[in-house]
Design a binder for this molecule. Structure first.
Ligand code: SAM
Length: 439
């Protein structure tokens, strides 16, 4: 599909349709597209743009089903974006608090901003027919459409989770809470919660995590007390387990591989401030800028390098590491509830390619680990090919690799801890801890 220029003049619904087009037709991430349109709107409208565009991602199969029912034939070429505008209209009518009048009237008007004034009548007719025919009240007898997921992912979850599959799919489509991690080098949990109480911010504590806070409401993070001073970082509870499972110690050399934007790097420093050396490595230069910003705000000092984890000649100083965190590039299927666009950006055949990349990086990093050293393998995936199956195969192929169980139920054939989305309010995540034999 052709690239579509950003509408010349700002218009909430035209800009939102443009974002939806970019994600679905151009494979761009919602973050990237929203950043572009949000530069020209105010904070309230920006929240609306995010809620609506991500809402459409969550409900896309049902919205598309309605669209197909109402539209005689698909729109093509530079008119395609009008379909995305209609999806947005249907979403507003059925899933939002926008008044029906505005949902139809403003959506129709937005067509002009997408160079499609000639299709205003069509947009109007489709949205009014949707209301007249009361499509929303007619149940759709199709589990995949109702799940809000693409077919391949629906099936992959079925295969992996069997009787629990419905639950995992529902949680994959739920809203995720915001977790904070207290930077214990700059403040304490007690002092930080007192500051939150003083500011009237509501939260709960997690009984699984020592330094974690779960916000009750959506808050402007940068306005929370202590943000500028680096008193906390935003980090999901599952991601906060990495530093606990890695167990970094004083005087050790640590590699945080695939580190950007540095969530786990910061936590490693907070858990072990007296390490000899912490290297944050990532292939993506623009994401590494965010590591720098985050480390500066949290007041942590680490070495930051750009490089391909599978080609260490360009970045490794030749000294072995005591501990390595490999937060491997993955399908991100465990964090779809947080980033609903991921389900449409990933394709079925990405999984095998990702599994091969993960194995290549794992094999390479194993060679950089000291005898007796620990490697923690992590993904934010819920698919076994990237997780337990991957690690079981690595253990079977690698004579000096041993499993260091995190849970009581692990075996080399079924290694690691698979966290399901929503479990104790956490994202879907996988961890396996491996130790290199000492001789
Ligand atoms: C799951 S994210 C890392 C999240 C990060 N550890 C954190 O906690 O904030 C995966 C990262 O892997 C990086 N990456 C992908 N392929 C890589 C490679 N071959 N070498 C190094 N980094 C890579 C991506 O740029 C991305 O930043």
């Amino acid at each position: 599909m052709k690239p579509l220029p950003l509408p010349k003049q700002k218009n909430l619904r035209a800009d939102c349709a443009w974002v939806i087009y970019q994600i679905l037709e151009q494979g761009k991430s919602s973050r990237e597209c929203l950043e572009r349109v949000q530069r020209r709107h105010n904070a309230r409208d920006n929240a609306w743009l995010q809620e609506m565009s991500l809402g459409v991602m969550r409900r896309l199969p049902l919205l598309q089903h309605w669209l197909r029912t109402l539209l005689d034939r698909p729109l093509k070429g530079n008119k395609k974006v009008v379909e995305h505008l209609i999806l947005l209209g249907l979403y507003q009518l059925n899933f939002s608090r926008v008044s029906k009048h505005a949902a139809v009237g403003e959506t129709v008007a937005a067509a002009s901003h997408l160079n499609a004034a000639g299709l205003k009548g069509l947009v109007n007719a489709v949205l009014r027919n949707f209301q007249r025919e009361e499509l929303a009240s007619k149940p759709v007898d199709d589990a995949i459409i109702n799940s809000g997921l693409p077919k391949w992912l629906y099936k992959a979850i079925e295969e992996a989770y069997d009787a629990d599959a419905d639950h995992v799919r529902n949680e994959t489509n739920a809203m995720a809470p915001i977790w904070l991690r207290v930077n214990t080098l700059q403040t304490s949990l007690t002092a930080f919660t007192e500051a939150l109480d003083g500011a009237g911010v509501q939260y709960t504590l997690s009984d699984q995590h020592s330094d974690a806070i779960i916000l009750t409401n959506r808050e402007d993070i940068t306005a929370l007390p202590g943000f500028e001073k680096g008193h906390f970082a935003v980090q999901d509870g599952a991601a906060q387990l990495a530093a606990h499972y890695l167990k970094p110690q004083a005087n050790e050399r640590i590699l945080d591989c695939c580190a950007a934007p540095g969530g786990k790097t910061g936590h490693i420093v907070e858990r072990a401030p007296n390490t000899e050396y912490v290297l944050a490595l990532d292939a993506d230069a623009s994401r590494l800028k965010r590591v720098e910003e985050n480390m500066t705000r949290l007041k942590h000092q680490v070495d930051i390098k750009q490089g391909d984890a599978a080609a260490p000649d360009s970045w490794w100083d030749g000294k072995l590491f005591d501990r390595i965190l490999l937060d491997a590039p993955c399908s991100a299927t465990g964090v779809i509830r947080r980033h609903p666009d991921i389900r449409w950006l990933r394709k079925a055949n990405d999984i095998d390619n990702l599994a091969q990349l993960q194995r290549r990086i794992l094999d390479t990093l194993w060679g950089l680990l000291k005898p007796g050293g620990t490697l923690l393998y992590a993904t934010c995936s819920i698919l076994p090919k990237e997780n337990a199956t991957q690690i079981a195969q690595f253990l079977s192929d690698t004579p000096d690799a041993m499993l260091s169980p995190i849970t009581k139920t692990e075996t080399p054939e079924k290694p690691g801890r698979q966290i399901k989305p929503g479990e104790q309010q956490m994202d879907g995540f996988y961890y396996a801890r491996l130790v290199k034999s000492a001789e």
